[in-house]
Design a binder for this molecule. Sequence first.
Ligand SMILES: CC(C)(COP(=O)(O)OP(=O)(O)OC[C@H]1O[C@@H](n2cnc3c(N)ncnc32)[C@H](O)[C@@H]1OP(=O)(O)O)[C@@H](O)C(=O)NCCC(=O)NCCS
Length: 290
Amino acid sequence: MAAPRVRPMGRGDVEAAGEVARVAFADLDRRVRPWREASGPPPRTHGMTVRAHLLDTDPEGQWVAEAPDGALVGAACALVREGLWGLSLLVIDPAWQDRGLGRDLLARALGTLAGARGGIVVASADPRAIRAYARAGFALVPTLAATGVVRAGALAPVPSVREGTRDDLALTERVDRRVRGAARGHRDLGASMESGSRLLVADRGYALVFGAKVVTVAAEDPPTAAEVLRAALLTVPPGTPTEVPWMTAANPWAVEVAVAAGLDLRPAGPICTRGAVGPLAPYLPSGAVL
Ligand SMILES: CC(C)(COP(=O)(O)OP(=O)(O)OC[C@H]1O[C@@H](n2cnc3c(N)ncnc32)[C@H](O)[C@@H]1OP(=O)(O)O)[C@@H](O)C(=O)NCCC(=O)NCCS
């Protein structure tokens, strides 16, 4: 059979790309993280809505693979913010995996890394993804993920943290520049809020929560990071499974909060970095907007 064609993503591809992502990650869960069904968050994802703006902000970073019958079978999305490149998505339909398509799409998405001061990918636990990032010159930083239900009464209320609005995105920009050398601000965190994420802010840090899942945390000091993470976990309805992803050794405050909350800790996919990316602490990245 003829090979799929890799081409730039168009607006008409967004929905199909979201469906490929849904199927590929559901298949990944079955293969490498079956525990996620029992103790992970409910299957509610941003899908592609959180990435649709990338077609405007980073058109050269959006790619798809199209099968000979016209079906979309893969997608890659990359963004560059203030000199920092990030991979927002790399997925291949399970029926088309293992044929070099992921490698091809990644190579296209990496096109916009040239000229950036650094790059970051928050990898899944798929060995093919990890291998592809290592071969593309990224250093791999191991992580833990926490999942499960927050134990009743385990976390005290956090009065220093309040619900944020778009007016607080300036604060997120200040904090992001410190922890990752580049702001996500209105374009990316704003898009996440528009698709339903809640922003929680303290004077020196913030968290974004989507449904029952902690999307990202960043702060100017570890105690503030721990506070906003605790506040984020307290927004999860009692009894609902949650997830705190991508905790590195540079972020022990997150592990401490997860342990105090009674969550399960497991090794997860690495954070992959190239060049200058900032301290990445105190910080938990978002897979979609990094
Ligand atoms: C990860 C993913 C994008 C890779 O795409 P793919 O088309 O299946 O992978 P490729 O065929 O391009 O292979 C990538 C690398 O993994 C290797 N590989 C292939 N099958 C493998 C396997 N079963 N185990 C380990 N490595 C494997 C390939 O040889 C290649 O390495 P090489 O360049 O050194 O030869 C795809 O499998 C996928 O969508 N997975 C689920 C979603 C996901 O985890 N996405 C990544 C999010 S960060």
